[in-house]
Design a protein around this ligand. Structure first.
Ligand SMILES: [Fe+2]
Ligand SMILES: [Fe+2]
Length: 218
């Protein structure tokens, strides 16, 4: 693939991501992703969050030493710390609700394990950033919005954790992946691998979400 200008490359990545989002949105209702919540479902959703937050940190951390520029390296370290902080907050909330914080962490759904095994197997931090942070993590504010609306009436504290901490921090690091990709994904071969990683990552994410929803009581 011939190298693209940074703007055109980022546009291809986001077009690909939005196509995956459209597909996923069309499927979400069919497997009950928007069903009314019960306390048990809230705990289950928080347990899913524990895996997502901790794994995002774990697959990113090993790449920090490879980042050439100090500003990106510093921000990526803060990103990792933030995701681990989110994990700790979610675990705390599950304990308050008398659930088992690490139920899914210790015994992940097959599709959830495949998602994170894939990310751990990538060959460069550009591919990882394209797939996780510029890819399916961009869906988090969208799916959270619907979750917050549904959880607010039965559990305002959990709604507040999502709205005031998790989403607020998310906004703070949204700039990081596009800026790093702009700087480091310069040649055609790397860009092509990033596009493939984003496509595959979003596909595995959609499967993990579906599997998670199908695993919860109807
Ligand atoms: Fe997070
Ligand atoms: Fe995040």
């Amino acid at each position: 693939m011939k190298a693209l200008e940074a703007d055109a490359f980022l546009k291809q990545l986001s077009d690909q991501r939005e196509a995956m989002w459209a597909k996923m949105t069309a499927e979400r209702k069919s497997y009950g992703a928007e069903k009314p919540l019960t306390q048990d479902l809230v705990v289950r959703r928080l347990q899913f969050g524990v895996v997502m937050e901790r794994k995002a940190a774990e697959v990113t951390a090993p790449w920090i030493a490879q980042v050439p520029d100090l500003d990106i390296q510093h921000s990526l370290s803060e990103y990792v710390a933030n995701e681990l902080k989110h994990c700790a907050i979610l675990r705390g909330r599950i304990e308050e609700l008398k659930g088992e914080p690490d139920a899914l962490w210790k015994n992940p759904l097959k599709e959830l394990r495949e998602l994170w095994d894939y990310h751990a197997s990538l060959d460069s931090f550009c591919e990882l950033l394209a797939s996780v942070q510029y890819g399916h993590e961009e869906f988090f504010p969208r799916t959270s919005k619907s979750f917050i609306q549904r959880v607010e009436p039965i559990d305002p504290k959990t709604a507040s954790i999502y709205r005031d901490t998790l989403l607020a921090d998310e906004e703070g690091h949204e700039w990081l992946a596009p800026e790093a990709l702009r700087r480091y994904a310069l040649d055609g071969a790397t860009q092509k691998r990033c596009l493939e990683a984003l496509r595959k990552g979003c596909e595995l994410f959609a499967r993990a979400i579906e599997s998670f929803n199908r695993s919860t009581p109807r």
